[in-house]
Design a protein around this ligand. Structure first.
Ligand SMILES: Nc1ncnc2c1ncn2[C@@H]1O[C@H](COP(=O)(O)OP(=O)(O)OP(=O)(O)O)[C@@H](O)[C@H]1O
Length: 611
């Protein structure tokens, strides 16, 4: 895995304090999304936080009243403790309320967070699905996707932090108002004590983010190594080839590099954080001494001393939390930017036409001098290919590995656009059709079809998921693809969970999986069928049976088959032979045999193998 060199935090991708503040502009949009998720819960949370914000100053004030009342009653000849006990009762009630409020806050935050988590995960899944395949195969895009996906919990934390910040802000304002009322000078001490640690926090959280961000692809690599190193699918090869040390070393080297950079940063952050906190404590005790002096000189009461020292202490803690939360918020907001960047990735250009597709294909497809290179690659994979696929024709693609057969299918399906030339359907460039309708036109099974760890029934219905409850259709499809023979051996039949990942799952052999996947092609009555080497894992008898059925069933249907087995290929109406991205020859089996070129050579070679 080639890696971009990374040397230190002085990397040019390092973000600065300004970008941290800039990222905060995403917060309103973020809260609009949360508001949409559950307005009632959001309002409840906001209300609880407002009450929670006012409580500290009220409790401190009652504390002051209690002390002053005690001193007053002690000095009286006939004390009356009614007011005193009322204050104590009120303080007790407020402390209980305070606990109730903080529990209500964590409950509403938790529920709101869970709901938001679900909504944003759904948005990511939907967006990923709308995005062009070419982007999905791009590594930079993957980094973006990874940051958007892995930070889902971070976004929930961000929500709590922002709400807590607002609560803290209100609390601070009320406490500051109290301080200003009695001893305005204390505010100066307070600000002086808090600013250095704020700057320190902002600086380090920036560096932390820069490091994490610049290591996105390395972390992806670490995840990948962790996956292949501890996974049932790779375990056989890893054991057999003795790959454990190789993978462990690679994992260790990479993660230690990250660990070292992270460690340096964490140590610096803690050491400076400690120094600045000492500054904070010095200023607190300075303030304390000052207040005691004011009490001794008779300028303020003992109750006011309790209130002021309590307020100062709380304020300092609140401000410290406020600033460190601010850095957490700006750090998470940077990830928020990644999330919105991902969600905002523009899809196809708006100007694209949206022609409706013909109900039935009239003339067919035409590839006209199609050239293609994958994005970010100089290598031209298709070098000016021209051929036709007539309506109702069965065309086979043959050619050696890497000749460009699957790439041709990807262009036909509009996963990519040709770099030059065009593909026409009934004389119209396929780009002009509505993409969703166009792709609906095809029933495709790829050679690297996905093994969904769902039930058999769901695996088959994936071909036309709206028909999930249509058992008759699912069983018909299974019969045509020979998957019914697989199902009959499964304990729970069509409801059998497949794969080993989930409880009671049953693993299938490669060929059995292929039969199940093939059934997907029969689920919808697609206009065009494409089978890209769908039978490579089938035994010879099953393969010929599958193809007999396929040929019979797709009689008169436009279809493309890619296969390396010539016994299959020869059954097609015509065969396109590809060599290194060029169309070498096209014709019926007989015509190509007469041609005596690559097809005849490969066919004879394979036929000899069977003698
Ligand atoms: N996503 C991609 N990005 C860059 N290059 C790619 C990508 N997919 C395939 N290629 C390259 O395109 C060339 C053609 O690949 P393609 O899959 O079309 O071959 P094929 O004829 O279907 O081969 P096979 O018989 O092995 O399936 C190969 O050289 C491959 O390396």
């Amino acid at each position: 895995m080639p890696r971009r060199p990374f040397t230190s935090l002085k990397d040019d991708k390092k973000t600065n304090i300004k970008s941290s503040f800039n990222a905060l502009i995403y917060i309103p949009r973020f809260f609009k999304e949360i508001w949409k998720v559950n307005k009632g819960l959001f309002l409840l949370s906001a209300f609880c936080r407002l009450i929670g914000a006012l409580l500290p100053v009220v409790i401190l004030w009652i504390g002051k009243l209690i002390v002053d009342e005690i001193i007053l009653q002690i000095s009286l000849d006939n004390p009356d403790y009614y007011t005193l006990w009322t204050y104590v009762g009120a303080e007790f009630a407020l402390v209980i309320l305070s606990d109730l409020i903080s529990r209500a806050i964590s409950l509403t935050d938790g529920l709101l967070g869970d709901e938001y988590n679900i909504t944003s995960s759904v948005s990511i899944i939907k967006k990923t699905n709308q995005i062009n395949i070419s982007l999905l195969e791009d590594s930079e895009f993957y980094d973006k996707l990874e940051r958007a996906r892995t930070q889902t919990n971070g976004r929930v934390g961000l929500m709590s932090n922002v709400l807590a910040q607002v609560q803290s802000g209100i609390s601070i304002t009320t406490l500051v108002a109290g301080l200003i009322y009695f001893e305005p000078y204390l505010i100066i001490l307070l600000v002086l004590s808090i600013i250095p640690s704020f700057i320190n926090e902002v600086r380090f959280s920036q560096q932390q983010y820069s490091l994490a961000r610049s290591w996105t692809s390395e972390r992806r690599e670490l995840d990948y190594l962790r996956f292949i190193g501890a996974n049932d699918k790779t375990a056989k090869e890893i054991k057999l080839f003795g790959l454990t040390d190789f993978i462990v070393n690679r994992f260790q080297n990479l993660s230690e590099e990250y660990y070292e950079l992270n460690k340096t940063l964490a140590i610096k952050r803690s050491a400076l954080g400690f120094l600045f906190n000492v500054l904070g404590s010095i200023s607190y005790y300075g303030a304390y001494v000052f207040i005691i002096y004011r009490v001794l000189s008779g300028a303020i009461t003992l109750g006011e001393l309790t209130f002021l020292s309590g307020s100062f202490n709380r304020l300092m803690k609140n401000l410290q939390d406020f600033f460190s939360r601010f850095t957490k918020i700006s750090e998470s907001a940077l990830y928020l930017k990644d999330y919105f960047d991902f969600i905002d990735i523009s899809l196809r250009s708006e100007t694209q036409e949206n022609l409706s597709l013909p109900k039935k294909i009239k003339t067919g497809f035409e590839f006209k001098d199609v050239r293609f290179a994958y994005p970010n690659s100089e290598n031209e994979i298709l070098k000016g290919i021209s051929f036709t696929l007539k309506a109702g024709e069965k065309l086979a693609f043959v050619g050696q590995n890497g000749a460009g057969k699957t790439t041709l299918i990807k262009l036909l399906l509009r996963f990519y656009e040709p770099t030059a030339g065009e593909i026409l359907l009934d004389g119209v460039n396929i780009n002009r059709y509505n993409i969703a309708e166009y792709q609906e036109y095809f029933g495709v099974i790829f050679q690297d079809f996905f093994r969904y760890e769902f039930t058999v029934k769901e695996n088959i219905a994936i071909g036309d998921i709206d028909e999930l409850e249509n058992q008759v259709k699912i069983e018909n499809a299974a019969e045509l693809s020979l998957a019914n023979s697989v199902v009959s051996e499964l304990k729970k039949g069509y409801n059998q969970q497949l794969g080993k990942r989930f409880y009671n799952g049953q693993e299938l052999s490669g060929g059995q999986w292929q039969k199940v996947a093939l059934a997907r092609a029969y689920m919808k009555n697609a206009e065009v069928m494409v089978l890209d080497e769908p039978t490579s894992a089938l035994d010879a008898r099953a393969e010929s049976e599958v193809f007999d059925r396929f040929i019979g069933l797709t009689e008169g249907k436009t279809s493309i088959i890619i296969s390396h087995r010539f016994s299959t290929v020869r059954q097609a109406d015509r065969i396109l032979v590809l060599e290194q991205g060029s169309a070498l020859e096209i014709g019926t089996h007989e015509e190509l045999m007469e041609n005596q070129k690559l097809y005849a050579e490969l066919f004879t070679l394979q036929a000899e193998g069977y003698q």
